[in-house]
Design a protein around this ligand. Structure first.
Ligand code: NAD
Length: 476
């Protein structure tokens, strides 16, 4: 078992101020993978103080120096790529190929993209040619970064890299359930040569360290990715100190499959929702199918779900892994049972364990048909390999059903009609709309409408989250 009972504060791996051990369980086998410490307020205070002092120098450090250090970090990340993939697979159960290519790959892609954006970013610009006014972009200060377990290094890179790039200093609190990838990233930052205090890492849970960070008077901004429940609490706790709070929260994406969609649209939709064992905030968990192709779509969906293999994270291949924890497992099984009791048709999967997998938090790829949008399975974020299929008759009905949610993160639509695609994309109330299976390019903004949050991460928008905007008159 890995012993990782240290925090990274002011450029050193430091012992926690109090003993508070916490075990990291590998969800593929329910065995201990690592032991960490949960921090106390004193640990946070120490790291905030270090970040506050470091900010005075880091905010003035040149763009060239920051680019150089970020490039060092990128090289180290590439060198330790497989170590990162293994850590992610062990801590959150992602199959090793997925953890390598997709999860660890996403961290590298964000690093590469932010280096490009930083090089191009103008921190000072003339307001307009007739004016003597200038607009300056300045780092906001000390940031508290709180991240989830489901895409651990993706979320960390989306926060830490732009915070570093803009001249902020920071305290990262990774998810206490999957913190090892974050600790590895801290080692890389250390090796890259960032000055002490610029980046600090404290482990801890939401009720303890998370709450203390959110209300800390010397933290200027919180960037949070996680559940809408925690986002609400963080906003309340940050209110007294008027911090900037950037929230990236849950989702309940819709995927509208029109009758004129490309041949593999339904099968691709199934693969998409089941990937990462359904544990993605922008997973298309409600499939809206035009009535004229409903029967065919259901047959294809069930066939595809039954083809998806479920297996342990360390095995190679394109199977899906377990869900993260016993708590999540129980919650998902409860929601599957609610689907049955509320009258949806269980067409694939179900609450029983997949064959041959006695240990581990494994769930069969599950499909409900004849779902109505008022059922719990259509309303709540399940965060497991579970899809609800809902029939629709007209385009406006589909739009209404997809928008009938408190969330608004990622929606999807499939049609060969370009005009219809644009029309529907505009009508959907979400931060991202993916048409015909096309993914978002690096550097595009990611974030939600309504209760999916208020932040935008990635690219220039991701840099701007960490910047104050200042007007200076009489500059010229
Ligand atoms: P979570 O909200 O339980 O925990 C996320 C992080 O917040 C953890 O580090 C946790 O310790 C901390 N936390 C929990 N309660 C807190 C509190 N009261 N104050 C401060 N910190 C607190 O979420 P999770 O289960 O780790 O992650 C899954 C959720 O994350 C899902 O809802 C998913 O949709 C969402 N998510 C959103 C995005 C996005 O970009 N919108 C991306 C990934 C995940």
């Amino acid at each position: 078992m890995l012993d990782r009972r240290k925090f990274y504060i002011n450029g050193k791996w430091t012992n926690p101020s109090k003993k508070n051990d916490f075990e990291i369980i590998n969800p593929s086998n329910e065995e201990s993978y690592a032991i960490i410490s949960l921090g106390a307020n004193e640990d946070v205070d120490k790291s905030v103080q270090a970040a506050k002092v470091a900010f005075e120098t880091w905010k003035k450090t040149s763009k060239e120096e920051k680019v150089k250090l970020l490039k060092n970090l990128l090289e180290i990340y590439k060198k330790r790529f497989n170590e990162m993939a293994k850590a992610i697979s062990n801590e959150m159960g992602a199959p090793i190929d997925w953890a390598t290519e997709i999860q660890t790959g996403s961290g590298q892609a964000h690093l590469e993209d932010f280096i490009l954006r930083l090089k191009e970013f103008k921190f000072e610009e003339h307001f307009d040619s007739k004016s003597n006014n200038y607009i300056c972009y300045e780092p906001i200060g000390v940031c508290g970064l709180i991240t989830p377990w489901n895409w651990p290094i993706n979320q960390i890179a989306l926060k830490v890299v732009p915070a570093l790039a803009t001249g902020c200093t920071m305290i990262l609190k990774p998810s206490e359930i999957a913190p090892i990838s974050g600790m590895l990233f801290a080692e890389m930052i250390d090796e890259a040569g960032f000055p002490p205090g610029v980046f600090n890492l404290i482990n801890g849970d939401g009720a303890g360290v998370g709450t203390y960070i959110s209300s800390h008077p010397n933290i200027d901004m919180i960037s949070f990715t996680g559940s809408t429940r925690a986002g609400r609490l963080i906003s309340k706790n940050a209110a007294d100190t008027i911090k900037r709070v950037c929230l990236e929260l849950g989702g309940k994406g819709g995927n509208i499959v029109f009758a004129d969609s490309y041949p593999n649209a339904v099968r691709d939709g199934i693969r998409n929702v089941m990937s990462n064992s359904g544990q993605s905030c922008d997973a298309p968990t409600r499939m809206l199918v035009e009535k004229s192709i409903y029967k065919r779509a259901v047959n294809e969906a069930v066939d595809e779900a039954n083809k998806i293999k479920v297996d342990i994270g360390s095995n190679k291949g394109d199977h899906i892994g377990p869900v993260i924890s016993k708590i999540q497992y129980n919650k998902i099984i409860d929601l599957i049972k609610s689907g049955v009791s509320e009258g949806a048709t269980l067409a694939a999967g179900g609450p029983e364990k997949p064959n041959g997998l006695k240990k581990g938090y494994f769930i069969k790829p599950t499909i409900f048909t004849d779902v109505t949008n008022n059922m719990r399975i259509a309303k709540e974020e399940i965060f497991g390999p579970v899809l609800s299929i809902i029939p629709f008759e007209k385009e406006e009905d589909a739009i209404k059903i997809v928008n009938d949610t408190s969330y608004g993160l990622g929606n999807y639509l499939q049609t060969n009609d370009k005009e219809k695609a644009k029309r529907v994309a505009k009508a959907l109330r979400s931060g991202c709309v993916y048409i015909n299976g096309k993914g978002a390019d690096p550097g595009t903004p990611f974030g939600g409408y309504r209760q999916s949050g208020n932040g935008r991460e990635g690219g220039v928008w991701g840099l701007e989250e960490y910047l104050e905007v200042k007007t200076v008159t009489g500059w010229k």
